[in-house]
Design a protein around this ligand. Structure first.
Ligand SMILES: Cc1cc2nc3c(=O)[nH]c(=O)nc-3n(C[C@H](O)[C@H](O)[C@H](O)COP(=O)(O)OP(=O)(O)OC[C@H]3O[C@@H](n4cnc5c(N)ncnc54)[C@H](O)[C@@H]3O)c2cc1C
Length: 366
């Protein structure tokens, strides 16, 4: 429905904001949060195309994690050691900031520890040989001694990381939204930005409606190329399902398998959440459309049944997808287009840990 604004609406809504953030995921809402805290007398607006954020922030697995040995080794094949170390530190500090800003209780944070399961004996030996090296990194980066430890979980060789945990992504976003509303930040839901004019600080919705700001932050993660086609962020769909209540659940904590491509955790006392498997059909999952890929789902069903040995009577009770934004090296894009417009996107599947920290950094740079 297109309409012209009335005199009254124009007078009310056509102000020039100090800051407009596009994208109400964790990154965008955190940007608005820290900006408004720093400059309480400014007008700050967050816009999102959804009735609530519809990307990754409320559709993820809720792992508060800093990376497994297998993930670090895979990352070293596409990024430098210096960059990877910087990212690990950012993930750790991002999680501390998230917990202190929102409160652990409000987001159901639990420090359960995390296990990387390794089914192949040779791969387990290889990963175990690197534990000493990555423990050295962790001591240097986050001050934790002997973080990784080889062992087994339910008879499967595993590497344990005691500093990982889980949270409730819906509660995380709800809490941040409440804090932002209390700070006086404005929101426009159901507002798809169709193009931006970074030079003049204008966000175009349609031919009759636009918003204007002194500063713009684009926090649209996987969908950034729709607004800024040269940013080379590749979308990657992630699939998750949750089981019914099980008679017995023998998996408690957070778990990764195959460089982090598969992940699962307990959800309360009786349910299991399991997700991932993008590597089963990498091209098919390189999409910004929500949906379920039968091959990915088939693999995760097999994994749950045959590897995790879920008890008789288990079934999928709920399933969904979310869209991640990947950069080639997995390091996020954090870039000023000009003095007044900044892009922060491409959190490459690590945004629960990185999102708030990056938002805070964006707020300090616009
Ligand atoms: C299935 C899945 C599991 C994951 N599991 C984990 C995990 O366990 N731990 C972890 O650390 N990370 C995980 N992630 C990644 C993490 O969720 C993301 O990195 C993080 O949420 C990114 O936050 P964001 O705010 O940058 O982006 P998003 O949350 O994607 O927010 C972008 C927002 O921009 C809006 N938008 C886009 N285009 C426009 C437009 N043109 N106009 C207006 N609004 C627009 C969208 O509606 C969306 O709300 C997972 C992701 C998925 C999909």
């Amino acid at each position: 429905m297109k309409y012209r604004q009335s005199y009254w609406e124009a007078e009310l809504y056509n102000q020039t904001y100090d800051l407009i953030v596009v994208g109400a995921g964790l990154t965008g809402q955190s940007t608005a949060h820290f900006y408004k805290k720093e400059y309480p007398n400014t007008q700050v607006l967050v816009v999102d195309r959804g009735v609530f954020p519809i990307g990754a922030s409320t559709r993820n697995a809720g792992f508060a994690c800093i990376g497994t040995v297998g993930e670090h080794l895979a990352d070293l094949e596409i990024d430098s050691e210096a960059k990877l170390k910087e990212r690990i530190k950012d993930r750790f500090e991002g999680l501390q900031l998230l917990k202190s800003t929102l409160g652990e209780k409000a987001i159901d944070y639990q420090e359960t520890g995390g296990w990387e399961l390794v089914l192949d004996k040779k791969i387990f030996e290889k990963l175990s040989r690197h534990i000493h090296r990555f423990n050295g990194w962790m001591e240097e980066l986050i001050g934790e001694k002997d973080l990784y430890e080889a062992g087994s979980y339910n008879g499967i060789p595993s590497i344990y990381n005691r500093c990982e945990g889980m949270l409730h992504p819906g509660k995380m976003i709800k809490r941040l939204y409440q804090l932002n509303r209390d700070l006086g930040i404005e929101y426009r839901w159901n507002t798809q930005i169709s193009s931006i004019e970074p030079e003049s600080g204008i966000l175009v919705i349609d031919e009759l409606l636009s918003y204007e700001a002194e500063n713009l932050v684009i926090a649209t993660n996987a969908f950034t190329n729709q607004l800024l086609p040269d940013k080379s962020i590749t979308p990657g769909r992630g699939y998750i399902f949750v089981t019914n209540e099980l008679e017995s659940l023998e998996w408690r904590g957070t778990f990764h398998y195959n460089k982090g491509y598969v992940y699962f955790r307990n959800l309360g006392e009786k349910r299991l959440l399991i997700g991932g498997g993008r590597d089963i059909d990498p091209k098919g999952e390189e999409t910004d459309e929500f949906g379920v890929n039968g091959d990915v789902k088939g693999f995760l069903l097999y994994f749950a049944e045959e590897v995790l040995g879920l008890p008789d009577g288990w079934k999928v009770e709920q399933e969904w997808s979310g869209i991640m934004g990947f950069t080639e090296s997995k390091s996020p894009v954090f870039e000023k287009i000009n003095e007044n417009c900044l892009v922060v996107a491409g959190l490459s599947g690590m945004g629960v840990a990185l999102g708030m920290q990056l938002g805070k950094k964006a707020a300090s740079e616009v």
